[in-house]
Design a protein around this ligand. Structure first.
Ligand SMILES: Cc1cc2nc3c(=O)[nH]c(=O)nc-3n(C[C@H](O)[C@H](O)[C@H](O)COP(=O)(O)O)c2cc1C
Length: 184
C-alpha cells in the first residue's frame, strides 16, 4: 500500500514556460509552470493575482507561452525571480511581435500565441483560459512532415514540491502501440 501524504499538488513534472504580454510598446515576461490543456482547443495559464503581468494580459487579452530549453533557462529563471511591479524585464529576451500582436521570444524553441477567452478565479489566482492563435516552432524541431519533433525539442520541466528543474527524457514508445492485454 502506498503512503497517504495528504492533499498535495503532485502532478509533476510539467514544462516550465515564460509567459509574455505587451506592456504598452514593450513586453513583460513571467515564469510559469502551472499550465493546463482543456479539451483540444484551449489552454489554461494559472497566475497569482498580484503578478504584474496579469493586468497587462487583461488589458490586451493576448499572451504568449514560450517553452524553455536549457539554453534559455537562466534568463527564464530570472524572470521568475523579479516582478515587473519593481523591475523592467522588457530587455531580458530578444523578441518580436507575433501575427496576433503578443510578444514572441526569438530564442524559445516553441511559442504559442494565445487570445484570452475567459478568466477562472480561485483564491489569490487568476487562470487565463486561452485559444491558440498561432504556434511558432524553430525549424530544426520540425520533422519531415512538418510535425513537432520531440526527439530534438527538449523543453525543461519543473516540479513544485522540491522546486527543481528537470530534463526531458527520450521518446519511449508510440501511443496505442502496447496491444497486449495486461493483467495482474
Ligand atoms: C520555477 C518557477 C515557476 C513558477 N510558476 C509560476 C506559476 O505557474 N504561476 C505563477 O503565478 N507564478 C509562478 N512563478 C512565480 C513568478 O514567475 C514570479 O513571482 C514573477 O516574479 C512574477 O512576475 P510579474 O510580477 O512580473 O508578473 C514561478 C516561479 C518559478 C521560479
Amino acid at each position: 500500500m502506498k503512503k497517504n501524504i495528504g492533499s498535495k499538488l503532485a502532478l509533476y513534472p510539467v514544462p516550465i514556460t515564460v509567459i509574455g504580454a505587451m506592456n504598452g510598446a514593450k513586453p513583460t515576461w513571467t515564469l510559469a509552470g502551472h499550465l493546463g490543456i482543456i479539451g483540444h482547443d484551449r489552454v489554461l495559464v494559472s497566475l497569482a493575482a498580484p503578478h504584474f503581468i496579469n493586468g497587462k494580459i487583461k488589458q490586451t487579452k493576448k499572451l504568449s507561452i514560450n517553452l524553455v530549453d536549457e539554453a534559455l533557462l537562466a534568463k527564464a529563471d530570472y524572470v521568475g525571480s523579479v516582478s515587473g511591479n519593481k523591475t523592467d524585464k522588457s530587455a531580458v529576451f530578444a523578441w518580436e511581435r507575433g501575427e496576433a500582436d503578443a510578444p514572441i521570444i526569438s530564442d524559445s524553441p516553441l511559442t504559442m500565441e494565445c487570445s484570452v477567452e475567459d478568466i477562472y478565479t480561485t483564491p489569490n489566482f487568476e487562470s487565463f483560459i486561452c485559444s491558440i492563435d498561432n504556434t511558432y516552432v524553430a525549424e530544426e524541431h520540425l520533422d519531415g512532415s512538418g510535425k513537432i519533433d520531440y526527439n530534438t525539442l527538449k523543453p525543461v520541466l519543473f516540479e513544485f514540491p522540491t522546486y527543481h528543474y528537470l530534463g526531458t527524457g527520450d521518446v519511449i514508445g508510440k501511443c496505442l502501440s502496447f496491444k497486449e492485454t495486461q493483467s495482474v
